[in-house]
Design a protein around this ligand. Sequence first.
Ligand code: SF4
Length: 485
Amino acid sequence: MSPNTLPARPRLAAHVLVRRHLVGEEERIILHDVRSGQLLQLGAREWVLLSAADGTRDVEGIVIAAAREGAHARAPAAHAFLAQLHAAGLLEAEATGDDAVRAEPAAGARPARAPEERGGRARPLEVLPDFSLHCDGRGSCCRIYASILFDPEEAARARALRPDVLSGGARHERAFTPERGTWPCAASVVAMRDGRCAYLEGEGRCSLHAIGGPEAKPLGCRTFPTSFVDDGESVRVSVAAECACVLASAGRPGGAPLLDPRLRVRGDLDERIDVAELPDRAPISPGATASRAELVAWSRRLAAAAPPPDVAAGLFALAAAVEAEGLTGGAIARFERPDPLEPAALGPWLAALHGRAARRVREDAAWRSERDLARRAAQWIAAATLALAEPDLLAALLATPAPAPDRERFYLRAALHGHRLIGALPLSLALRDRAARLVVARALPVAVAAAGDDDPACAEPIALVEAMLRGHGLEAYAAEVAGAR
Ligand code: SF4
């Protein structure tokens, strides 16, 4: 069979994410190919047809199944539509026996792993010290993410509590799409209205929480913004600095603990919680790696170091020192007393981030609501990074003390505690990436003010930058810079 021949029983490929968005009352189905980055917009009727392509039906069967759902099409037209998607690399052949579980399960709602896979159940939980969360209940975090995941039980509960939301009470498919590919799928993603979770009420309250209490929300929402990483010595429990409430809670006692203080060891955690594992070795600079134990010891030393007068400059200086000396104490001394940050050193990072954000703005304009926070945040980041391409302006910004140094120090503290600097990107590049993010966050309020916006999510620019970079894939800009070095 030619690779271009439509499979006998086609199905949407697992590398395609389908998301349902309502812009006002208009329904838009967005297909996102995570391999190519390609986006495609479908109408609701086309999605009904496509969702019937589940790998068990031929084209005739797809047409009949879609007609049962009220989406009528002639077989030749359906064939042409599917052939077009197949030519674009979005379809695959029929289901295999493993397909019921082929999709990655939902973050925050993963099936339990065997205890031996989960590291030591007796591993102590080490919670970010001196932090408690003051949630403002305004739902900023429910308006910024691309995918909010529900496992089958969570989705059924939500549909029972709010059957009116998109008529989801009658049919699961009206309020949810598959996490990836087509049904069957381990988790579902809730539809968004103007970029907000469909279960979010106008004033920013979660309607599931309001009716059914906190347990009515999906696990991912209940645990957000807490992160868990097993580093072989302990399970680090930290926070993602992606929500305004997290940054606003820094240095403010009396909020909710990150974790029930009665939970002491990993085995006490809900088994569905996703505990990431720090790898045995990780890259620290291009061509060099360090062991997990070395990285853990380094992060403890850095956490205990005196914070530099300018955190972004400290991170950039530390990056150069890690490349020159590895994870030594001398490298940390460079962090504590950094040279001023040079605009020329930061320039390529800001330019690459601008390229990503500007592309995102162009794509969003075709389908996202103008009220969508993610769309507006991409515009602000694009505007801020464009302004910083002006060397004099960047130099002036770097010469000015950071407007919120306490927030920047907390941001680094939370990232270090949660091992968030350790990943596929070498540590030295991750340090420069974080410095660039902080500088963009410093410039963001001017871009927001120029746009005449006063969304409460703008109160903490670091959180907006973080949420957009991780939650919407803009963080790939750093790998681009790394590849060009
Ligand atoms: S389910 Fe509730 S808490 Fe979760 S994103 Fe939706 S509105 Fe927010």
